[in-house]
Design a protein around this ligand. Sequence first.
Ligand code: 5GP
Ligand code: ZN
Length: 137
Amino acid sequence: MREDNCIFCKIANGDIPSKTLYEDEECRVILDLGPATKGHALILPKNHYANLFELPENEAEYVMVIAKRMAAKMTEKLQCDGFNLVQNNGETAGQTVFHFHMHLIPRYKWDNQLIGWKPMQATQEELEDTMNTIIAE
Ligand code: 5GP
Ligand code: ZN
């Protein structure tokens, strides 16, 4: 299940070389070309899914298993102090490559990186309203 003209399909399936940290039948883990920190990596399923919504549940489970294993290995090897998993869906959320991928971002006390959001304030009423919107049948 590949898509023509998808760079991550080509990388995941080995048609374009990459700095590969791990590979199996389902996925490839590569170093990001524009790393947020040393070791910033991406988990790429070999099948093409544009985003989380297209990703089948069994592949979603597997991606998280690989994320856990890679985070443990990279923490040991890179001696990082923390770890972010980031996964963007849609342009508004910062997605730039439309082949599902999970970012693995090692964090260092000194890295001075910005990965996150500025918290807003919400009243109990607003939270209640949001909750009801989401859980409504
Ligand atoms: P997104 O913004 O879609 O969540 O993340 C796309 C990521 O892919 C970015 O961090 C970007 O640096 C990385 N990237 C884009 N093109 C390439 C490429 O050709 N090779 C590698 N290794 N990373 C890429
Ligand atoms: Zn693709």
